[in-house]
Design a protein around this ligand. Sequence first.
Ligand SMILES: [Zn+2]
Length: 421
Amino acid sequence: MAATLSRRQTCRLCDSKNVERVVNLEPIPLSENYSTDRDIAANSARFPVDVYMCADCGHVQHLDIIDPKDLWESYRYFSGNAKGMPEHFRRMAEKMMRKAQAPKGSLVIDIGSNDGSLLKLFKQVGHRVLGIDPATDVAEQANASGIPTIPSLMALELARKIREEHGPAHIVCAYNVFAHDDNLAGIAESVRTVLATDGLFFFEAQYLMDIVEGALVATFFHEHMSHHSVKSLVQFLDRHGLELIATERTRAQHGSLIGTVQLKGGRRPVEDSVTQLLALEQERHLSEPQTLRDFGAKIKELRERTIGLVAKWKKEGAKIAGYGAARSGPTLMAQFGLAGALDYIVDDHPQKVGKYETGDGVLIVPTSQLYERMPNYTVILAWVHSKKIIETNQEYLDKGGHFVVLCPEARVVGKHGDVKI
Ligand SMILES: [Zn+2]
């Protein structure tokens, strides 16, 4: 797929020019993009996904930016369908309502609202809801299911218009998009504009500390532009008239951070959770370039070991499959040197079966093929669901198959247990 690439010259959070490349990665094709033509899929353009750190605020980020039009307009990832998400959203919504204590009928805005799965929960208890999402397909579905959704990226002008038409919002949330938008200053200013004096802004994003410590290279792809730390976020929010008052670490995507934010000078005190995480980040040297360089070296080592292992298996005549045509698939395949290694990928998604994965042109077949073809090794590309995939496919292991988990903790799983890669 063609896409427009631009190169950001400054830090996404503080605009400093003092940014340094800390991790070199293999370029990757756009994810969640499948083709019925093997050649087109195999020859998809690849774009850099190297990792940079700001020397001034410590923010870890990608600076090679795909035009949001190319990235989002054809996006078809429905959060309501994702495994485990409804339960996660329910818990998040309950927490937000408890913290915000917003009166019935308050306005709740979700930035990056996808199919409206999260907003539905607020609507059910009598709040007014408004979604904002640039993916036209998912926005359309949300509107059709009764969740009013504006098909757009959040921007200051839109925020002003919303406040004018709907009044201030008592709850604003941004599930995941806080890491998925190049214009974070625009989002922060928009939040400041729509938020009621007593309102709260909640964001959830993957947490840099978990990414580094779990070597979660699967999380580096073009949509995921920022890898947040509390230290850089506190400074960033402060510059935009906002204050981080609480943080919570969750196991979503193997390590995420939920931040609670109020307008600067708001009535709520800053909770200990913020200062505790700041101290932990300092203790773990999270804002030092060497920490990220060490992470990069670890990934490179893993890549070499995986390439060696796959070459050995291929020499022995082994068949190797992938499990899950997931968003992180192309980056896992590229970063672990799996080009040409996979014979097919198993996945049951109706929009993916029968198509070819971009980058390597691997055919996607139904998961039942795992038992019909019995590949010797199956690399889990839907890495977030590794545990569940292994649990539900014990029979494949019993029959002599192996699962290959690349992150966290790269290992080969067989019926007699795990072997570290
Ligand atoms: Zn910075």
